[in-house]
Design a protein around this ligand. Structure first.
Ligand SMILES: [Zn+2]
Length: 104
């Protein structure tokens, strides 16, 4: 039997490591406690999807073309229904912007 298999040592020498397009990186999700629940939070980069959302922190519009935070209940799957888009600054200041029961 000819040994045509390549040596299985390619794990370490991935070309372009460190230079991957951001789309191939796993988004960083953190979990935080807020308003009596645990929330998963993902920071979203500006994109040109043209969508806009309602920020629960200030009730203002969050355009997809600004960096913002997507937040959803950590114990649940992220769905369109349960995720919220916050301005990054509003999310950072959430303790001062605690919404009146509509969010949690
Ligand atoms: Zn806001």
């Amino acid at each position: 039997m000819p040994r045509s298999n390549r040596p299985r040592r390619s794990g370490r020498a991935a070309p372009g490591a460190g230079g991957l397009p951001t789309s191939l990186r796993r988004p960083t999700v953190t979990e935080v406690s807020y308003a009596g629940a645990v929330w998963a939070v993902r920071q979203v980069r500006p994109n040109d999807s043209g969508r806009s959302y309602r920020c629960p922190g200030c009730q203002g519009e969050v355009g997809a073309d600004v960096a913002h935070a997507v937040v959803w209940p950590a114990e649940a799957m992220q769905t369109v229904e349960n995720r919220r888009h916050w301005h990054s600054v509003c999310w950072a200041a959430r303790d001062r912007r605690r919404p009146g029961g509509s969010f949690a």
